[in-house]
Design a protein around this ligand. Sequence first.
Ligand code: TMO
Length: 314
Amino acid sequence: MNLFNPKAVVTALSVSMASLSGAAFAADSAEPIVIPTHNWSSQVVMAYVIGGMFESMGSNVEYVPADSQAVYEAIRNGDVTISHEVWQSTFGASFYNAMEKGGVIDAGTHEAATLEEMGVPSYVIENNLCPGLPNWEALKDCPEVFATADSDGKGRWLEGPQSWHGDLMPVRVDALGLGDLYTVKFAGGADAIWAELESAKKEGRGIITFNWTPNFTDAEGFVFLEFPGYTDGCRVADGGDGACGSPKGWLKKAANYKFPKTHPAAYTAFSKISFTTTQIGQMAALVDVDKLSHQDAATKWLADNEAVWKPFTE
Ligand code: TMO
């Protein structure tokens, strides 16, 4: 630069000021991005996976255990920044309610399609323990196959924790006319479902549990029961009689409406994130099959899958 040429000095100054202010506009806030953790494995591993991605971009993150229904209100009022696994069947209503009140935005949809439904391990079908399954009507002829010590002689549906679905399944059992034959028991947590599936398998015993895909069980053989098809409005909460199965649904991401402004780079990365059925199944399997901690599972997943997640951050 020729310091004796005033025009060159002015040009150099304005260029450096422009890039300075450009940097100021693009920089993400140092305030932590608050990521919720819930009570199933892929969600917790993915929390640390996404947190690790944000940290690789220079952001600060914080993890908070949160109820998986109440979290949408917490996102709406800004206590929590994002939700990275919004499952249509269980949480679609809470998500849309919070959006309608204002303060929550839809940050895109994962590639993975979802199903959250009652089902049986594949050996139940292969060994013909209840002929006609997976069609739900076959259940009418074999409640005793699914009876347990605590089920009063009825067949048992082992549902997940009540915090996921509320009374959806007890209502469904009655709506389908199965109330005299089946009873719904709620598992204390996901681990109780996996323990029951394992012991039933050892004994070759019939068992009906709630389960979902993507999950580690995709690789092990689990068959979802086929109920009358889901339609908008078929559930009691939506004005219907409840005699329907779960939707073949979406898996979305949600964020507080300020997130794009406070953390534009992290928000852009978050909006690009799209995980597949295989990737989400792997995240769950690292914990539920390989028995890693959630944090170690995320560290391993990030190390093994840089080609998947790096492009989301660029
Ligand atoms: C919300 N869940 C995936 C456990 O169904």
